[in-house]
Design a protein around this ligand. Structure first.
Ligand code: SIN
Length: 299
């Protein structure tokens, strides 16, 4: 049996994998040691990983020598996959994978070069935002290129009572296009959206504070990347409140900084976290493959 087809067989009869979950010292995240995702994962092992994902919100699995098919098959065990609106940057033959890359070849951008330049939760601009995303390192720069993750449960815990009273029970608008063409790091990587693409990213409304559907924990659910305003507040007040919430979301003690190593697979929970790509010098090549798992309507 080929390696690819053996890993696609996630049969309960597969032998157990003796992996360990080692939490990081900081607010969120854990490393999974001794897991090989190129091999089948039985139901019990899958349940352990699922539990760890809920407990730690970011799982780091080092040195995963997996194919795009294996990456997709593993991601699908957590839910249906979402196809990114920027079809230009989907992996050929594998539209479930978004290429995140600053590489330009023959004058063409290979992937979305500035993905994650603002703090955000993936696809919060959809009615069904993402449950979680898996990013698999393909090519890494010798300098920079880290990804930061901030704990939105702790962010909500940090909101003072007076501000809680202002936002509790309120909803906010999320828009993919609000900051789409902003030029912050290394230039504008964004292709003009077609009418069909624009139709897929109409503004949506979500609660400012959401309940995690699997753990029942409360989390702040706004981000500078996609949230545009709090419904029902005057524009100035909405802007001011959002700025305060953004500042409370990224307190240093609540942030994990991932420094990429070759073949890392990082799986995070978009219901519990926001994340940011720290960027790297423009001349250094960076390429990662991302799958995005669909979640529930936030409540
Ligand atoms: C993303 O926002 O999904 C990309 C993160 C990164 O490139 O580090």
């Amino acid at each position: 049996m080929s390696v690819a087809s053996s890993a696609l067989l996630s049969v309960d009869s597969a032998p157990p994998q003796p992996f360990r979950i080692v939490p990081f010292d900081g607010a969120v995240g854990a490393e999974v040691l001794g897991l090989d995702l190129s091999q089948p994962l039985n139901g019990d092992d899958f349940q352990r990983l699922h539990r760890a994902h809920l407990d730690h919100a970011v799982l780091v699995m080092r040195d995963q020598r997996i194919t795009p098919e294996q990456h997709i098959a593993f991601s699908r065990r957590f839910g249906p996959l979402q196809i990114h609106v920027l079809k230009q940057f989907l992996l050929e033959q594998h539209p479930e994978i978004l290429i995140v890359s600053n590489i330009v070849e023959d004058g063409r951008n290979l992937g979305l070069g500035d993905a994650g330049k603002f703090w955000h939760s993936d696809l919060s601009y959809k009615l069904l935002p993402s449950l979680g995303s898996m990013l698999h390192a393909q090519e890494l720069p010798s300098e920079g290129g880290d990804t930061l993750f901030a704990d939105m449960h702790k962010a909500w815990d940090a909101v003072p009572d007076a501000l809680r009273r202002v936002v509790k029970g309120r909803e906010a608008a999320h828009s993919y296009t609000a900051r789409y063409a902003e030029d912050r790091f290394t230039g504008n990587w964004r292709p003009t959206l077609t009418a069909e693409q624009l139709a897929q990213v109409q503004e949506v409304i979500h609660p400012v504070v959401r309940t995690h559907p699997e753990t029942g924990r409360q989390a702040l659910f706004v981000s500078e990347g996609f949230t545009t305003r709090i419904i029902g507040l005057p524009e100035d007040e909405s802007r001011d409140v959002l700025q305060q919430l953004y500042a409370l979301s990224v307190l240093e003690q609540n942030v994990y900084r991932h420094r990429w190593q070759p073949h890392d697979l990082v799986f995070w929970d978009n219901r519990s976290l926001i994340h940011l790509a720290a960027g790297c010098p423009a001349h250094l090549r960076r390429k990662l493959y991302r799958t995005t798992i669909q979640g529930d309507a936030p409540f």
